[in-house]
Design a protein around this ligand. Sequence first.
Ligand code: T46
Length: 136
Amino acid sequence: MKNTQLLTFNAIGDERGWLTALQTGSEIPFDVKRVYFIYGTQPGIDRGFHAHADLEQVAVCVAGSCHFVLDNGFERKTVVLNSPQQGLYMGPMIWREMTQFSTDCVLVVLASKLYDPDDYIRDLTEFVALAQGAQQ
Ligand code: T46
C-alpha cells in the first residue's frame, strides 16, 4: 500500500542480548522530531481511528504484539507488529486503527513533527473523501 512500508531493522547480538539502533537517514526516512510510547493497553481496547494530513511515523512494537489496520481510502490491510526488528512506516493520509494489543505490548512511535492536534483527521467518511479526491 502506497505510503506504508514494513521496515526491517538490524539486531546486534552478543552474550548480553540484543541491541537495535534507529537513525535518521538510514533506518528512519525522516528527521525524528518526537518519540512517544503506548503501553498498558487493556485487552479488547482499540486505539487510533484517525489519519494524519502531514505526518510521517514509524511504529515499532518493542515488546508484545498488536495489529495495525491501515486504510488509504481505497483498500484496507492489516499489519501485525510483534518484533523489535520491524517497524511500520506510515506516511501522510493513512487511516490507522490499532487492535489486538497483547497485555505486554509496548509500542514506540517515531514521528517527523511535533504534536499537532490540527493534523489529525478523525472522521473516516471525511478521510475517505479527502483521500479519493486527492487521486482525481
Ligand atoms: C498515531 C497512533 C499510532 C500528546 O499529548 N502528545 C503526543 O505526542 C501524542 C501522540 C498524544 N498526546 C495526547 C493526546 C491525547 O490526549 O495523548 C492522548 C492520547 O493520544 P491519542 O488518543 O491520539 O492516542 P492513539 O493511540 O489513538 O494515537 C496515537 C497517536 O496520537 C497517533 O498520531 O498515529 O498513536
